[in-house]
Design a protein around this ligand. Structure first.
Ligand code: NDP
Ligand code: BG6
Length: 493
């Protein structure tokens, strides 16, 4: 019996939507880095597919700006493009996929050949594309795996429809639903931090933790993407997927083993303990231009010509989720995300409760464990210490693991690199399973529908601010205490 996952066999990686933004900005650079580092099967061919009539030279030209080629790599880079082809075809006509199939077959000498399809296409053509792959492009002598990009629907109903559609075409083991946050170093580290350290396990619960804050901030607005974004809004774009995935890894119980399905079973289980979000627990915001800013900063969301007039789509959201189980009952999990804010940042912040039986006249501040996902991966634990020297004062300080200092030589790969490689090796641990998706939509759909039905107007915040001022009072309401007294001293390099 052949081991079809063996890297010695021919593999094809077909990128549908090869003329698009994601393709040029992310996927072509990613497959080049994987190729450059010899991580893919030697015998891999890359095929771009889209409606645009163009050559592979055009694809190369368009992605040039986004691809890093270091000195000395030029020859290999040329070889990479030699391993690439481009086929122009429609998304809805079977005959075009038959031509694609013929092209793929050309590379498939020998008894086994595997096919991967990456769907970087808009949701409108999604059903046509998957049906046609199923009908005309399935590998007859190896595996066929399909990578799917979000959005996975707009609500519980459309997502269920999409899931049923896919389930009629492919087995769950063939479907790789990408949430690229699951490919980030510190998100992948969450399980290790939690389950390989006895020091954290006993305190990871409602007895010790006051609140958990999971944040995503971006310092730019929708700039040019307003048309797409307006149909979704920040809750669907970031909170329902990236932040909820992080929450499930922070809050789940220890899986039986590291088997992908054991892990995903625990993620689903914790999500099932969460009731749908109530409107009272959701604050939405929308950015307005900063009259004192420069360039883009002066433009509010509604000034974007691609955004419909008077749109109430949120560009900022803060929600508190409650996990009704023995570990977490009463602990707010606060998810916050927004565009056009003061900085780029994604982090998890576990804030511990006040020390009971205080003997320090209220000077002791709460401990915080911060897992910074980006930029600059770090894990730091804020704690109290005696000020060094003769005095007996308290100082706020930290135990700090900053990756760039501790692992100077290590190269942290991009999320897409890891995830695409996982598809080649058949590892589904960092992909979203169907039932996880269903739970995610169950939690978010009712509030999203209410927002839309009642046309709830988001509160305003100025481009470049930390968010709407109302968000800080919400944080306080959810037992997150900000003292403003912590000062971090960047260590000298
Ligand atoms: P802070 O105590 O300064 O901030 C804690 C949290 O409070 C943040 O989530 C911040 O988020 C929020 N916050 C800020 N202002 C207010 C406000 N007025 N009301 C309510 N909440 C507020 O600690 P940090 O952990 O953020 O550390 C301070 C700095 O030191 C950061 O830049 C951090 O990156 C850096 N540092 C870096 C380390 C490293 O690189 N290894 C280690 C330790 C610290 P937000 O603005 O998003 O709302
Ligand atoms: C995407 C969202 O999923 O994630 C974008 O659609 C967002 O709106 C992006 O900008 C953020 O990803 P990253 O990796 O840059 O944090």
């Amino acid at each position: 019996m052949e081991n079809i996952t063996d890297f010695q066999y021919p593999h094809t990686f077909t990128l549908l939507g090869a003329s698009g933004d994601l393709a040029k900005k992310k996927i072509y650079p990613t497959i080049w880095y994987l190729y450059r580092d010899n991580l893919l099967p030697k015998n891999t061919r890359f095929v771009g597919y889209a409606r645009t009539k163009q050559t592979i030279a055009d694809v190369r030209e368009k992605s040039k700006k986004y691809i890093k080629v270091r000195p000395g790599e030029e020859e290999k880079f040329a070889k990479f493009w030699e391993a690439n082809d481009y086929v122009a075809g429609s998304y809805d006509k079977r005959v075009d996929y038959e031509l694609l199939n013929q092209q793929l077959s050309k590379y498939e000498k020998g008894p086994v050949a595997n096919r991967i399809f990456y769907l970087a296409v808009p949701p409108t053509v999604f059903e046509d594309v998957t049906v046609n792959i199923r009908n005309a492009c399935i590998s007859i002598k190896g595996f066929t795996r399909v990578i799917i990009e979000k959005p996975f629907g707009r609500d519980d109903e459309s997502s269920a429809k999409l899931s049923n559609h896919l389930a009629g075409l492919f087995k769950e083991e063939q479907i790789y639903r990408i949430d690229h946050y699951l490919g980030k170093e510190m998100v992948q580290n969450l399980m290790t931090i939690r389950f390989a350290n006895q020091i954290f396990s006993p305190s990871w619960n409602r007895e010790n933790i006051a609140s958990v804050l999971i944040s995503f901030k971006e310092p730019f607005g929708t700039e040019g993407r307003g048309g797409y974004f307006d149909n979704f809004g920040i809750v669907r774009d970031v909170m329902q997927n990236h932040l909820l995935q992080i929450l499930s890894l922070v809050a789940m119980e220890k899986p039986v083993t590291l088997n992908p399905n054991d892990i995903r079973d625990e993620k689903v289980k914790v999500l099932r303990h969460i009731d749908p979000i109530k409107l009272d627990d959701l604050l939405v915001g929308q950015y307005i231009g900063n009259p004192n800013g420069q360039g883009e900063e002066t433009q509010g969301y509604l000034d974007d010509p691609t955004v419909p007039k008077g749109s109430v789509t949120p560009t900022y959201a803060l929600a508190a989720l409650w996990i009704n189980n023995a570990r977490w009952e009463g602990v707010p999990f606060i998810l916050r995300c927004g565009k056009a804010l003061n900085e780029r940042k994604a982090e998890v912040r576990l804030q511990y409760k006040d020390v009971p039986g205080d003997i320090f006249d209220g000077q002791a501040k709460r401990n915080e464990l911060v897992i910074r996902v980006q930029p600059g991966e770090a894990l730091y634990l804020k704690l109290m210490s005696k000020s060094p020297g003769m005095k007996f004062d308290l100082v706020e300080t930290e135990l700090d693991l900053t990756y760039s200092l501790r692992y100077r030589e290590a190269d942290v790969p991009d999320a897409y690199e890891r995830l695409i490689l996982d598809v080649f090796t058949g590892t589904q641990m960092h992909f979203v399973r169907n039932d996880e998706l269903k739970e995610a939509w169950r939690i978010f759909t009712p509030a999203l529908k209410q927002l839309e039905k009642q046309q709830i107007k988001p509160v305003s915040y100025v481009y470049g601010a930390r968010g709407p001022p109302e968000a800080d009072s919400k944080l306080a309401e959810y037992n997150f205490k900000y003292s403003g007294s912590y000062k971090w001293q960047k260590p000298a390099l």
